[in-house]
Design a protein around this ligand. Sequence first.
Ligand code: ARG
Length: 577
Amino acid sequence: MQTIKNRIAEQLYQGVQSINPASELTKEDLVGMLEYPPDTTMGDLALPCFRLSKTLRRSPVQIAASLAEGLKDDCIEKAEALNGYLNITVSKDYLGSVVVPEILEKGDRYGAQSFGDGKMVVLDYSSPNVAKPFHIGHLGTTVIGHSLRKLHEFAGYRCYGINYLGDWGTQFGKLIVAYRLWGSREAVEQEGIDKLVELYVRINNAIKGDEEKGIAPNAELADKAREEFHKLELGDEENLELWKWFVSISLKEYERTYAQLGIAFDSYKGESFYTDKMPAQVEKLRDAGLLKIDDGASIVDLSEYDMPPCLILKRDGSTLYPTRDIAAAVYRKETYKFDKAIYVTSAQQCLHFAQWFKVVELMGYPWYDQLVHVPYGTVSLNGAKLATRTGNVVLLKDLFALAIEKAAAIMDEKNPGLENRDEIAEAVGVGAIVFHYLSNTRMKDINFVMEDALSFDGNTGPYVQYTYARACSVLSRAQDVNAASVTVTTEEEATLVKTLCRFGERVTAAIEDYEPSYITRFILEVAAAFNRFYHNCSILGAEDEQVRASRIALTQATKHVLGNAFDLICLRKTEKI
Ligand code: ARG
C-alpha cells in the first residue's frame, strides 16, 4: 500500500497546491494523513479533510470535493467526497496488473525495507542465568528478541545477536559448594541442567532456612559460598574448571531449545567476559567526579533525574549488574560500532536500564541515545507469580515437548503416514507456543495457561501454518505460475491483494514500535483473507483459463507473503501438515 499511498499523495499534493499555493504541506505529510477506514465499503483509503482546514482555509467539505475532482491515477477506481472525508477505492485492474506481479517478482524479498541499509544493530536477548531454570518467563525475551532481529535484517540492518549469559556472580559460589556437598560428576553428566538447578535450589533453601519447619538459616553455608566465588574470581583452577563445566552443560541445553526455535546467536559473551573491562569504566566515573560514597558503597546520584542512585561498587568493592552493563555497552560500541543497541528484558528491569543509560550519558558517551530498552509484560502461571523455589514454573523444554507431542498425535490421526512427521510435529508444536506468545502486544502482562498455549483451534499458529500448507498444496497441483497478466475480479480476490500489500507498512511499524505482534496480527488477516478467497473462488477448477491462472498467481503471492511474515516471528514454514 505504501506505493499506492505515495502515488495518491502525489496527486493530492497537486490538489492542495492548487487550492493554496502557499501551503507548506509536503507529500510525506499527506501520506501520513491517509487512513484505512474501518468500514471498507466506503473505500480503501480515506483522507480526513478537517485536518487540512486550517492550512487551506476552507471547510472540510469543500476541500474533500475539490481534491476528489482532481484525483486521477491508474491505481484509483473511485474517489468520493463524503462529509468532509475523501474516500478512495483502489482499482482492481491495478491490483492485478501491478501489485500481484510485484509480489511475485520480489518473492522472498517482498515487504523488505531499505531504511536500515549500512547500519548496524546489536541485540541483547534471551540471556538466561546459568544454573537457574530456563522457563516460560524467558520466552518473551527469546522470541521478541529474535523477531526484532529478523525484522531489522528485513529492513536492511546488519544484525549481531548477543546472548549475554548470566554466567558470573555469587550463584556460582553456591553451586560449587552444593555440588561438593551433594552432587557428583555422574549425576550432573546424566541429568544435566536439572541437576544443577536442583543443587542450586537446595543450597538456597538451606541458606535461608525454613521457619515453619523450624530449620534455622545457615549463615556458614552462605559464607562458604561467598568464599568459593571469591576464589573463582581470583582464578582458582579447580573452581574455574567446575564453573566452565557448569556453563557448558547449561549452554548445551539452551542450544537445544534455540534450535527448536530456529535461533542462533552470534555471540555468547556473558557477564564473565566483562570482568576485566569494568575497572576502566569505574575509573572513568571516578575521574568525572560522578561517584559518590554512600555507606561505603560507590553510587551515581540520579536524584536530579527522579531515579534512585545507580549502584556501581558494593562496600567490599565488588561490582554490580549495572557496572557490568556499562562496561559491556562500551565494549560493544567499540567492537561492533553499532548504530543501535537493543536490550530485550522483562519490564521489571525498566529502572535498571533507565539508570545505567543515564549514567552512560553522564559519562559523556555520545552514543547514549542509541541504547534502546525493549521491555515486555510479566508472565504469571495459572494466576500466580513464577517461583523456582515453590516449583511454580514451566520449563521451556517441557512446554515444547508437550506441544510437539500434541501436534504429533493430531497429525497421526488426521494425516497418518505423513513424511517428515517428527520435523513437522516440532514445527507445529513449537510454532503454536511462539504464535500464542507473540499474539499479545509486548507490554501486556500474560497469565500463562497451558491449555490456551497448547490450543490449536481458532487464531493459532497451527491454523496459519495450515493455511500456508493449503496454499502450497494448491500450487503443487497447479502446473505453473504465470504472472504475466493477472486479473482481479471478485471482492475476495481484491481484499486478499489489498491485505497482502500492506505487509511492508506493517514491517516498518513493527520496527518503529518494537512490536512483533503487528506481524502476528497481519498473518491472521492474510490467513482470513486467503481462506475466504479459497472457499468462495474456485482456483484450480476455474473454467476460464485466465481466471484460473490469475488465482494460481494470487495463491503464489499469498505463499510468499505468509512465508516472509512467518520468518519474521520464528514460525516455521510448513509445506505439508
Ligand atoms: N541475565 C539477565 C536476567 O536473566 C538478563 C540480562 C539482560 N541483558 C542485559 N544486558 N542486562 O535477568
